[in-house]
Design a protein around this ligand. Structure first.
Ligand SMILES: [Fe+2]
Ligand SMILES: [Fe+2]
Length: 194
């Protein structure tokens, strides 16, 4: 038990020192929501809390630093990411967790790296963090009733409904969505879930 207590505290403290106050508070809410999702759907809630509390720890870094870190994960920086380098804050955080904090758990690293967009073939922890980031209780739509409704779904249903809502929100606002998002909607489609 409590395999991650010390490292979680280090990541929490680093996050608190590295991002603005409102973002730190968001990080704690995401950690709590992610742990709640993990408990409810029988995933590892300690890993969920850790991934949640650190997921945005690089988001207030200078863009050059984010790019430099993200490059170290061995994947190319896509044109889409280069146009909007702040999208690299997840990949940057995963690199820091691995290289500077010694975290080797692949699920935690994947969850943090892909929390903004999700990923084809993503693990359950990545799904849980993606959802937690979007439905933490200070998001505008996230009333207690809304959150309760999400928890009334199966895990896959919850994931699909949040992927879909996120896609609808971004396209309605006129934002470009990650290439591959339509593919994710196909991949994770659950019949009967809006
Ligand atoms: Fe983020
Ligand atoms: Fe976030």
């Amino acid at each position: 038990m409590d395999r991650f207590v010390e490292i979680t505290e280090k990541i929490r403290a680093f996050t608190q020192a590295s991002v603005k106050k409102s973002r730190y508070e968001h990080s704690v809410r995401v950690a709590e929501m992610c742990a709640r999702i993990c408990r409810f759907y029988r995933l590892d809630s300690e890993k969920g809390y850790l991934a949640g509390v650190g997921h945005d720890m690089c988001k207030d870094f200078p863009v050059e630093k984010m790019i430099e870190l993200a490059k170290k994960d061995g994947n190319p920086i896509t044109d889409f990411e280069m146009k909007k380098p702040s999208l690299l804050h997840g990949r940057a955080a995963a690199v820091m967790m691995k290289e500077e904090f010694g975290i080797s758990d692949e699920e935690i690293l994947e969850a943090v790296a892909y929390h903004t967009s999700g990923k084809s073939g993503m693990c359950d922890l990545t799904k849980a963090l993606f959802v937690a980031d979007k439905i933490e209780p200070c998001r505008p739509q996230a009333t207690p009733k809304y959150i309760e409704q999400k928890f009334s779904l199966s895990f896959d249903g919850m994931v699909y409904s949040v992927l879909k809502e996120n896609y609808n929100y971004l396209t309605k606002k006129g934002y470009e969505v990650f290439p591959g998002t339509e593919g994710l909607l196909e991949e994770y489609k659950v019949e009967g879930v809006e």
